[in-house]
Design a binder for this molecule. Structure first.
Ligand code: CP
Ligand code: NVA
Length: 308
């Protein structure tokens, strides 16, 4: 049987995603109450990371440990992948030994090819195209703070990058509208936009995008792998900082979100990210709870999830 992979948010239906986030909120409560819940005893998660990570690595490892399982972290230097062993062969071998494989890759195609040959679920922990795990945590954070996101308006200000692509998919699955303001040449991928139907409006002017929005989101102007473009990008993104003036155009109860790591004074003013509308620390914490719900969804057969 083909395993259920999680490479983009579109791999789950709206109903499945909504249920998963309800479960994430339950698991968070159980954790706060000190309840032990270890359905993944004797299960192992492999983590193949081609890029740096603080939040994703820590939240997956801690989450797996809290669920009773164990994890192994593999950088490109640790496996033969870094020496040219084919992705397909690595997937065939590793998936005979472990129960789930979490991959952070330079190229989305690497994760897709790995998944094609894996006998166990593969989770995308960020690629150049998507960051779906981030969006599980972000939507959980919105729901906890403000209730349902259906019918709301979010404003993405900055680069039309991997996280932006996952926000586009989230708009489709969770039923909200996304205004995207990017400088010329930094729009999100046409292919990703096409799959979103009419949930997205592309705008050049950040002020127009933020006006009346319920959430304002941004991300670094130079993602991992784009270090060489940094000087040019700093010029191109001038005028796209999320500052207090921009936040004042949004709804008075608007939240500010950022996946982190953040660069204060560039894509966001310190007074915004460290101010009262910012929920960035909740987003970061919710990586743990949302990914525990994801691991449970992928690895624990339906109906057995409540067994201690
Ligand atoms: N937001 C996020 O994925 O952070 P890391 O790169 O630290 O994992
Ligand atoms: N867009 C950023 C997100 C980091 C979590 C990057 O890819 O580096």
């Amino acid at each position: 049987m083909t395993p259920h992979h999680f490479l983009t948010l579109l791999d789950l239906s709206s109903a499945e995603l909504e249920q998963l986030l309800r479960r994430a909120i339950d698991l968070k409560t159980m954790h706060r109450l000190g309840e032990q819940y270890t359905p993944l005893r004797q299960r192992t998660m492999a983590m193949i990371f081609e890029k740096s990570s603080t939040r994703t690595r820590v939240s997956f490892e801690v989450g797996m440990s809290q669920l009773g399982g164990s994890s192994l972290f593999l950088s490109p230097r640790d496996t033969h992948l870094g020496r040219g062993e084919p992705i397909a062969d690595t997937a065939r071998v590793m998936s005979r030994m472990v129960d789930v494989i979490v991959i952070r890759a330079n190229e989305h195609d690497m994760v897709a090819r790995f998944a094609e040959h894996s006998l166990v679920p593969v989770i995308n922990a960020l690629t150049d195209r998507h960051h779906p795990c981030q969006l599980l945590a972000d939507i959980q954070t919105y729901i906890e703070a403000r209730g349902s996101i259906r019918g709301r308006t979010a404003a993405w200000i900055g680069d039309g990058n991997n996280v932006c692509h996952s926000w586009i998919n989230a708009a489709k699955r969770f039923g909200f509208h996304l205004n995207i303001a990017t400088p010329a040449g930094y729009q999100p991928s046409a292919e990703v936009l096409e799959a979103s139907g009419d949930c997205v409006t592309l705008i050049r002017d950040p002020q127009e995008a933020a006006r009346g929005a319920d959430i304002v989101i941004t991300d670094t102007w130079a993602s991992m792998g784009q270090e060489d473009e940094k000087a040019q990008r700093l010029k191109d993104f001038s005028g796209y900082m999320v500052d207090r003036r921009l936040m004042q155009l949004a709804h008075k109860d608007a939240l500010f979100m950022h996946c982190l790591p953040a660069y204060r004074g560039y894509e966001v003013e310190a007074a915004v990210i460290d101010g009262p509308q910012s929920v960035v620390w909740d987003e970061a914490e919710n990586r743990l709870h949302a990914q525990k719900a994801l691991l449970e969804y992928l690895l624990v057969p339906a109906g057995t999830g409540s067994q201690p």
